[in-house]
Design a protein around this ligand. Structure first.
Ligand code: G3I
Length: 386
């Protein structure tokens, strides 16, 4: 090999090593969008600072953990998603892959493959993982649970088997995954603040299962037990993680907000409250402020857990900036569980791409919402703008 060929050979090895780093494939941003590369002409007015800082760094400078949700298929298919996750977010939640019906097979076996693959990548990239969810009425492995029930000799035995299945599941999940927080229960209240039950829950066919029906004491007893089991599982396994109760529509300030705040305040096993915030840009601004103030009063951590903002009459970007601004003003740093978006690109939103509820467009272009949030966080951070 002559000298020139040798130089080419070394250069090829260096390029290959960069492309296949353990943090998952391509490290170059594949998005050819003008927002993503500094423009050759002054047509694009995107400030230079957008190329200089990711949201992650700006959020950190503001004492804020910023996160995003994604699913296995996005992770496996979208190179742009992985690039954006590393650049803009510090924490991640898996949209489906840590739910009961994704981990527990019909025969009760635990299948961790997909979640493990995603968790390993996140860890390699220095992303913190949030666990969603240890208890929900949707996406439970109801084939397995109903088989347990129909095999029991009577109602008491069926109830005991269901309670044991939940405890075993919590123990297995807490032991298996290293996360900074868990949604221990999700959506356990009706909008008026009653505990969820078959009487106030419409039946869907997708692995729905009301755990509370098998606890004497109903859903409250299930929730108490879920938190106790999670807390004890952490202790047994020498781990620490924040334990959350998570729900939607809290910004409507109804009975549900009172119920969740009261419950959290009175249960020492609860570390924090998650407010999902699947909202429209038109949600009354004062409601957001009042909700955060009420949550802070509990003394527990406050987490915006599943933020997405559909288009409305009000400016979507301004609504998102308002939420961040109120959160940073109202929630003291010690009580901040962070703000996490339910998705990255409109392409993969659970609401469908036409609702355009996220920071990135269908083709992973930084939207106005991204740019305004970036400018807001940068201004507040005191970091150098040039
Ligand atoms: O892959 C499954 C397949 O096995 C199944 O048989 C089939 C049945 O419909 O479809 C596929 O499942 C879909 C699943 O996502 C995985 O892609 C479900 O239909 C679909 O309903 C499910 O949607 C998820 C939804 O929760 C379920 O209620 C969304 O991706 C997920 O973003 C959404 O997330 C929830 C949070 O967990 C809790 N808060 C609300 C939030 C938005 O609904």
């Amino acid at each position: 090999m002559n000298k020139i060929n040798f130089i080419y050979f070394i250069a090829a090895i260096l390029v290959a090593a960069t492309l296949f780093s353990s943090c998952g494939g391509k490290t170059l941003d594949p998005d050819p969008d003008p927002y993503d590369t500094e423009p050759a002409t002054p047509v694009d007015k995107t400030p230079k600072s957008v190329y200089k800082y990711g949201l992650r760094e700006l959020a950190q400078a503001n004492g804020l953990l910023i996160g995003a949700e994604y699913t296995y298929s996005e992770y496996a298919q979208d190179d742009s998603l992985r690039v954006v996750l590393k650049r803009d977010f510090e924490a991640v939640t898996f949209g489906n892959e840590m739910k009961h019906d994704n981990i527990v097979a019909g025969d009760g076996a635990l299948v961790f493959n997909r979640a493990d693959q995603m968790a390993q990548w996140a860890k390699d990239c220095g992303l913190k993982l949030f666990g969603h969810t240890l208890g929900w009425h949707n996406q439970q492995q109801s084939d397995y649970l109903n088989a347990l029930i129909s095999g029991a000799k009577d109602a008491d035995e069926a109830a005991a088997l269901v309670r044991k299945a939940h405890k075993t599941w919590v123990e297995a999940m807490v032991k298996h995954f290293d996360v900074y927080g868990w949604d221990v229960v999700n959506e356990v209240f009706s909008d008026s603040g009653d505990w969820r039950s078959s009487a106030n829950t419409s039946t869907k066919d997708y692995h729905q299962f009301l755990w509370g029906s098998y606890y004497s004491g109903g859903t409250k007893a299930f929730v108490d037990s879920a938190f106790r089991n999670a807390r004890e599982a952490l202790e047994r396994n020498g781990k620490t993680a924040d334990l959350y109760i998570n729900d939607y529509s809290l910004e409507w300030l109804g009975g549900k907000l009172e119920a969740i705040c009261n419950y959290a305040q009175n249960n020492p096993d609860v570390t924090g409250i998650g407010t999902q915030m699947h909202i429209s840009a038109d949600v009354p601004r004062d409601n957001i402020k009042t909700m955060l103030e009420r949550m802070v009063k509990t003394g527990k951590k406050v987490r915006i857990s599943e933020l997405d903002v559909t288009l409305g009459t009000a400016d979507q970007a301004e609504t998102i900036v308002y939420i961040f601004d109120q959160y940073l003003k109202i929630v003291p740093e010690a009580q901040r569980g962070g703000i996490s978006f339910w998705g990255v690109s409109d392409k993969n939103s659970w609401l469908g791409y036409s609702k355009e509820p996220l920071l990135y467009s269908y083709s992973y272009r930084r939207k106005d919402a991204y740019l305004k949030l970036h400018a807001y966080l940068l201004e507040r951070s005191g970091l150098d703008k040039n």
